[in-house]
Design a protein around this ligand. Structure first.
Ligand code: 8YV
Length: 337
């Protein structure tokens, strides 16, 4: 028997990461493209020390209760941990870690790309050429969109990612408004010219675009409710690279269909019963831009996420505090009940 930590990895990871894990740990990777069921996880985890999870694994109180006592660490490959019942994990004496920071900039880039895509008719521009297999040529009035410069951006959740989005948006000439549980210090606000709104409803009424950057918790589920969508200015846009549950998706669809809102750019959407066909129709007519949870999907980010998981596991198994241990009384701690 080896003294290497024994780990179960629920999804395939980049090759370099799997190879490195295989040298450092006794590694068991789910080689299928399917998410493991709770029963699969429970049978795979027997005799192991660490569960390496991703957002697609539902690690609820029941699963946690049934984990063998050998498991002491859940090392999430990812920043968001809303798939894990943190309170149940802590109550069971488990340590939970995540991989923040390494995906911040890439996620912010994607938010910016999505923000630009609809007003500058990016997808539509390509579709037009593909449909005609030809270009009618330039004209002073063809394919006019709208500029972002001068618009007011409302950022919901001014953590690492929200701040990185604000920096980019500032460079694009947007004015920065934000709602966050805690006001950021002047050293953060001032270079961004950012306006803090302690009242989300009030901020929503003041902005032209809203971009969501809060973790999904009990407090943030449905934060962009139907009532809040109704407070948006006519013609406003919604951008979501966070979690679908933050938005009342049906209400959003209705308001875009009616023309009340200009559109939405969504990297995350309710996929429990497949993509809402009304959302697909709106995407077809270029009122919505849809991407499938791609905001952190760069090879570089995935490798750094893997490296962060490895550091968390090694530090923990060496008996030290892992660098990205999640603790109660932090923003993500209020997992959904
Ligand atoms: C990750 C994400 O790909 O890190 C997050 O919170 O949403 C994604 O970008 C995913 O979490 C992997 O577990």
């Amino acid at each position: 028997t080896s003294s290497k930590p024994k780990i179960l990895v629920t999804r395939r990871l980049p090759e370099t990461i799997e190879a490195r894990m295989a040298t450092l740990f006794e590694t068991d990777v789910n080689e299928s493209d399917q998410t493991l069921t709770a029963e699969d996880i429970l049978s795979g985890i027997q005799g192991k020390d660490v569960l390496v999870s991703t957002i697609t694994d539902r690690i609820d109180a029941d699963l946690i209760r049934r984990l063998p006592p050998s498991v002491r660490l859940i090392a999430q490959f990812g920043n968001g941990v809303d798939n894990i019942d943190l309170e149940a994990a802590w109550a069971a004496g488990l340590t939970v870690t995540n991989t923040p920071s390494v995906l911040t900039e890439d996620t912010a880039d994607m938010a910016m790309a999505l923000m630009l895509a609809l007003p500058r008719r990016l997808v539509e521009g390509t579709q037009l050429l593909l449909r005609d297999r030809a270009w009618a040529g330039w004209s002073p009035t063809s394919m006019l969109g709208h500029r972002l410069r001068g618009k007011a951006l409302g950022i919901v959740g001014m953590g690492r990612i929200g701040t990185a989005v604000a920096q980019r948006a500032r460079a694009f000439g947007l004015t920065i408004h934000y709602y966050s549980r805690n006001r950021r210090p002047p050293a953060v606000e001032e270079p961004l010219g950012a306006t803090y709104w302690p009242d989300l409803d009030a901020m929503i009424e003041a902005v032209d675009l809203v971009s969501l950057h809060t973790p999904l918790t009990r407090d943030t589920a449905n934060i962009l409710s139907a009532a809040r969508l109704d407070r948006l200015k006519p013609g406003a846009y919604v951008v979501n690279v966070s979690r679908p549950e933050l938005v009342d998706e049906i209400a959003l669809i209705e308001r875009i269909e009616s023309g009340r809102l200009a559109g939405a750019a969504l990297d995350v959407f309710d996929n429990r019963h497949g993509i809402n066909p009304r959302l697909l129709v709106l995407a077809e007519v270029n009122r919505v831009v849809l991407t499938g949870h791609m905001a952190s999907a760069t090879l570089e980010a995935r490798i750094e996420m893997g490296e962060t998981v490895i550091v968390n596991i090694r530090t923990f198994m060496d008996g030290h505090q892992p660098p990205h241990r999640l603790l109660p009384d932090t923003p993500v701690a209020r997992a959904r009940g």
